[in-house]
Design a protein around this ligand. Structure first.
Ligand SMILES: *[C@@H]1O[C@H](CO)[C@@H](O)[C@H](O)[C@H]1NC(C)=O
Ligand SMILES: *[C@@H]1O[C@H](CO)[C@@H](O)[C@H](O)[C@H]1NC(C)=O
Ligand SMILES: *[C@@H]1O[C@H](CO)[C@@H](O)[C@H](O)[C@H]1NC(C)=O
Length: 733
């Protein structure tokens, strides 16, 4: 799903530990006054100051979880960090707190010993501190310094108590030596020339960086505690992928921890096939390797396939499950599940015909069920699938969550499951799922409530969903969020302007999620009706709708958008269709430019806002960081005759002579997904056409704005633009 804007992921995470028990969801204590605003307006500032959950790690018996919570104070640009709660419903264990100075990672050495890794970018090291958790104490002692790692980039820690070994991902140069990484990096950064040389087989750049000789690998370090309680960390870092040409796939849109998994004495990981040019393929293979690399890695995948991801061991370590796509070169995977029996060396495929594409797996603690995370109906849900019954087509996974977007699954003893869930009304809280042996009785208990104070006085605008018959008779979904202050009575007396939001991807969706770039509440509280449609190309509604966009970016999706928008206007006569605007990012930005090129669509928008949008398909096909992406989307190489023809027919750049609607453009300067020249070209087109237009470029930003103050400026400028055109008949902004 490469063409959607990245959400704001926080500025690194702050540390917080949550002991997972409390009946009443854990709410962080107040620090200062900035969080308790008495106003009822939901502003971008409200949105950004809500505490965010980062890394969450439960202890082996599932009684405590360390939860890293980051909190931003926009006035000082400072982050704060807090700590933790118990996991047992009946345990009367208090919440623990621990302030941590910077970005961190953590693992449990045992049930009561939490090790937190703190990065220090000055010394270029990571320091490990042990914290001893005791049910009697509510304040964690300052940690005991137990060791130092030789870089400030180690992450994704997983500990094997059986092997007394810590496995983590980190970056190395071709010598593969972790203790030389900082030195190698210095030599690379301080070289006298600045040449970057590419030899065809690698990506030239990804997302916001040019590729360098520095690549991610997996390392093992022995960690033990002696009989006298003294920590012993052997400062030898075993590179598990040495001399293999493998790079563990910890980068990308999913949680890096899903790229590998540790059992007692083995590590399973995914890597791009080192024999193929990586920029033209998605094929990734699954390997298993001894935790101390006493034998070379062994490949578990075979034959033809595309991307693989999320390998996990069963609790007894005998089976490995992973996600696999049949098609090489497809970025928006349509995954099935492969189950590999390590003892019998046998593979079986599960759910090849399920019309949903899983993106994370986990075994239940008794090994009898698989928890499957998959997009479904504009949500991302947890499904449960029994493994003991013989696989059959009639056996489909059953959803056990129904709202929001789920991530970060962790299976706990007693067939319990810890996970994070965000919704439109909440950027993310922790939940625990219990009673899973009977799916009908499974229920999720909320453990944290981090947005309670920030959102207490905020009106939550009403959302309604609708379906309609779209292009080729396909069933298409959309939803509306009403403006704040909307009531039945008020709607008889007045009208509101409307914003149509078009999502990126195109293989993604707009739904029950916390979208930092086009948050429905920011529109609703600004007095707009918010309408989003999930047109052809969207995921979570079945593979037919998704696949139908191939070679047709400018076709069926726009039939859907037109029908859906019209239907929403009919449902809500209180919408003033003369005061309509549209906003889209990435593929949605292509859609904005394409609407400019097609006044005959008849949307009659008064103003448009394009974020990181594509202007010229032909040029873009060669300049996107992921070369394979456009080849799959357009079912051919960019020089092939039929593809060239489609580009000419569906590229916004072909129809600039029809552009006439005022348009505001945002683009990140180091956006290597949709390069900044696409935004500059569209601006140049508008200027030369004499169409009112503005271009706002964010330096040091890529495909989505990460700096909170850039998000604030973005919202300010966007609403200034939209308000002006829905309120005024003048065209001079
Ligand atoms: C980071 O390292 C520098 C240089 O070694 C040191 O002065 C500083 O105290 C360290 N910071 C923390 C938070 O430990
Ligand atoms: C609607 O308008 C009427 C007449 O202008 C007015 O009397 C009434 O109070 C209004 N109702 C609301 C809910 O604003
Ligand atoms: C313009 O319209 C917006 C949205 O309807 C509204 O919130 C704002 O107050 C209006 N501004 C002016 C100057 O009329």
């Amino acid at each position: 799903m490469p063409l959607f804007l990245l959400g704001w992921i926080g500025w690194g995470f702050c540390g917080a530990l949550v002991a997972l028990c409390a009946q009443v969801p854990f709410t962080p204590p107040q620090h200062g006054g900035s969080l308790t605003t008495k106003t009822s307006a939901f502003t971008p500032k409200t949105m950004l100051e809500i505490p965010l959950i980062g890394e969450t790690v439960a202890n082996p018996s599932g009684t405590f979880a360390a939860v890293f919570v980051s909190r931003l104070d926009l006035d000082t640009d400072k982050l704060r960090f807090d700590v933790f709660v118990p996991l047992n419903a009946d345990a009367d264990i208090p919440s623990y707190e621990l302030a941590i100075a910077s970005d961190g990672n953590a693992f449990w050495y045992d049930d009561l010993t939490l090790v937190i890794a703190i990065r220090n970018s000055t010394s270029r090291t990571t320091t490990l501190y042990a914290h001893y958790v005791s049910p009697e104490v509510s304040i964690l002692e300052p940690g005991e310094l137990i060791g130092t790692l030789p870089t400030d980039s180690a992450s994704n820690f997983q500990f094997s108590p059986a092997a007394q070994a810590l496995v983590f991902s980190d970056y190395v140069y071709p010598d593969g030596d972790l203790s030389k990484t900082v030195e190698n990096e210095r030599a690379w950064m301080e070289r006298k020339d600045t040449a970057l040389m590419f030899d065809g087989s690698t990506f030239t750049r990804i997302m916001d960086k040019y590729t360098s000789p520095r690549r991610p690998s997996l390392f093992t370090m022995r960690v033990t505690v002696d009989w006298d309680g003294r920590w012993r960390l052997v400062d030898e870092y075993i590179n598990l992928l040495a001399d293999t040409g493998h790079h563990v796939l910890v980068e990308g849109t999913l949680d890096g921890k899903q790229a590998f998994h540790v059992s007692d004495y083995l590590v399973v990981y995914t890597t791009k096939d080192p024999t193929l040019p990586e920029a033209l393929h998605t094929k990734a293979d699954v390997y298993v390797v001894d935790i101390f690399a006493r034998a070379p890695p062994r490949e578990l995948t075979s034959g033809r396939h595309g991307a693989t991801s999320g390998p996990v061991f069963s609790p007894d370590g005998r089976r490995i499950a992973w996600l696999e796509d049949a098609v090489d070169g497809r970025e928006s995977s349509e995954n099935y599940i492969v189950m590999h029996d390590l003892e019998k060396n046998e593979k079986s495929v599960l759910l090849r015909n399920w019309d949903r594409s899983p993106n994370q797996l986990s075994f239940s603690s008794d090994g009898a069920y698989l928890y499957i995370v998959a997009p479904d109906m504009a949500r991302i849900k947890i499904f449960v699938y029994p493994l003991l019954q013989l696989p059959s087509d009639s056996l489909v996974p059953k959803p056990v969550t129904h709202e929001g977007v789920v991530s970060r699954l962790q299976s706990l003893p007693g067939n319990r499951l810890l996970f994070k869930r965000q919704t439109m009304a909440n950027p993310g809280d922790l939940f625990i799922l219990e009673g899973l042996l009977d799916v009908k009785k499974a229920h999720a208990r909320q453990l944290t409530d981090l947005s309670r104070d920030s959102l207490r006085h905020i009106e939550k605008p009403e959302r309604t969903e609708f379906f309609f018959k779209g292009a080729a008779g396909r069933r298409v979904h959309g939803f509306t969020v009403k403006p704040a202050g909307w009531t039945v009575e008020a709607s008889r007396n007045r009208t509101w302007p409307v914003a149509l939001i078009i999502h990126g991807g195109p293989e993604y969706f707009e739904g029950d999620m916390w979208n930092t770039h086009t948050h429905p509440y920011t529109f609703a509280h600004r007095g707009y009706f918010f309408i989003a449609i999930n047109p052809t190309g969207s995921i979570s509604f079945g593979k037919e709708l998704t696949e139908a966009i191939n070679g047709d970016w400018g076709g069926d999706p726009f039939k859907d958008l037109r029908i859906g928008f019209k239907q929403a206007l009919q449902i809500h006569p209180e919408i003033d269709s003369e005061r309509a605007v549209a906003v889209g990012g990435s593929y949605g930005g292509y859609a904005i430019n394409w609407i400019q090129s097609n006044p005959e669509f008849g949307f009659n928008f008064k103003a448009l806002v394009c974020l990181a949008g594509i202007f010229d398909l032909h040029n873009f096909a060669y300049t996107i960081d992921l070369n394979y992406f456009m080849n799959y989307e357009w079912t051919g190489k960019p020089w092939e005759k039929n593809v060239l023809k489609k580009f000419a027919e569906q590229s916004p750049s072909s129809f600039v002579h029809k552009w006439s609607t005022p348009q505001l453009i945002f683009h990140g300067d180091i956006d290597f997904r949709v390069p900044v020249t696409e935004g500059i070209a569209a601006f140049s087109a508008l200027q030369q056409r004499g169409v009112p237009s503005r271009l706002i470029i964010f330096k040091e930003e890529s495909h989505g704005w990460r700096k909170p103050h850039n998000l604030l400026i973005y919202y300010d400028e966007m609403f200034r633009w939209l308000d002006f055109y829905v309120n005024s008949t003048s065209t001079a902004f």
